[in-house]
Design a protein around this ligand. Structure first.
Ligand code: ADP
Ligand code: ADP
Ligand code: ZN
Length: 213
């Protein structure tokens, strides 16, 4: 089963991905997580990407497509995967189609989480993420059991550098200009499920499980 989670920054993609991993045993491929790991390691790719990420801009397509090619060729993707935060431009979506065709696989479902812009700023600025496993929490809407500690792995919870009110506004405008058009792209392919991302986390998880079967 090959799935993609689609939605604005802070729509709840990463949160839902963790539940899908648990139930279906397929890996989450988050280009954001991969880029943050490269930034932390200080690789040449990380150094380049850092400037874009901190400015709330999209990292160039060529870099992202390279990351995805490498990641999808790994063994753990054979049973399926969850794309989280990729593709984000039409060029990325088209490159993905070509790549999957070459691999003899296809995207089965695109789950879109729809959250209005007014709610996004509060979600992103209150987000806390695990330094070790990337799990997402929220100081108000989804607090961890112990403050500052990840429920899943015990790692330390931190605030991402780009999760400020100022940067999120820029990320939202990138989203509307470059990523939102992919909604129609996948709708036309008949694989898009449009969900209300403002519902409770558990409610959304149930709806996703119903769709995936
Ligand atoms: P994304 O991966 O789409 O950027 P996240 O999954 O990290 O988004 O969620 C963004 C923030 O919103 C996190 O702090 C998360 O705990 C919170 N969140 C996720 N889903 C919901 C929801 N349905 N209702 C309220 N808050 C949510
Ligand atoms: P969020 O879901 O909150 O927007 P991500 O972790 O998915 O956060 O992405 C963080 C940043 O990493 C983005 O603002 C962008 O700079 C970069 N990034 C991640 N995925 C992509 C992608 N597919 N294309 C271009 N840039 C990306
Ligand atoms: Zn963790």
């Amino acid at each position: 089963m090959n799935i993609m989670l689609f939605g604005a920054p802070g729509a709840g993609k990463g949160t839902q991905a963790k539940f899908i991993i648990d139930r279906y045993g397929i890996p989450q491929i988050s280009t954001g997580d991969i880029l943050r790991a490269a930034v932390k390691e200080g690789t040449p790719m990380g150094l380049e990407a850092k400037q874009f990420m901190e400015a709330g801009k999209l990292v160039p397509d060529s870099t992202i497509i390279g990351i995805i090619k490498e990641r999808l060729s790994m063994d753990d993707c054979k049973k399926g995967f969850i794309l989280d935060g990729f593709p984000r431009t039409l060029a990325q979506a088209e490159a993905l189609e070509v790549l999957m065709k070459e691999m003899g696989i296809k995207l089965d479902k695109v789950i879109s989480l729809n959250v209005p812009d007014e709610l996004i700023v509060g979600r992103v600025t209150g987000r806390r993420v695990c330094k070790d496993c990337g799990a997402s929490f929220h100081v108000e809407f989804n607090p961890s059991k112990v403050e500052g500690v990840c429920d899943l792995c015990g790692g330390e919870l931190i605030q991402r550098k780009d999760d400020t009110a100022e940067t999120v506004t820029k990320r939202l405008s990138e989203y509307h200009a470059q990523t939102a058009p992919l909604f129609d792209f996948y709708m036309e392919r008949g694989i898009l499920a449009d969900l209300d991302g403002t519902k409770d986390i558990d409610e959304i998880t149930k709806e996703i499980f119903n769709i995936l079967g």
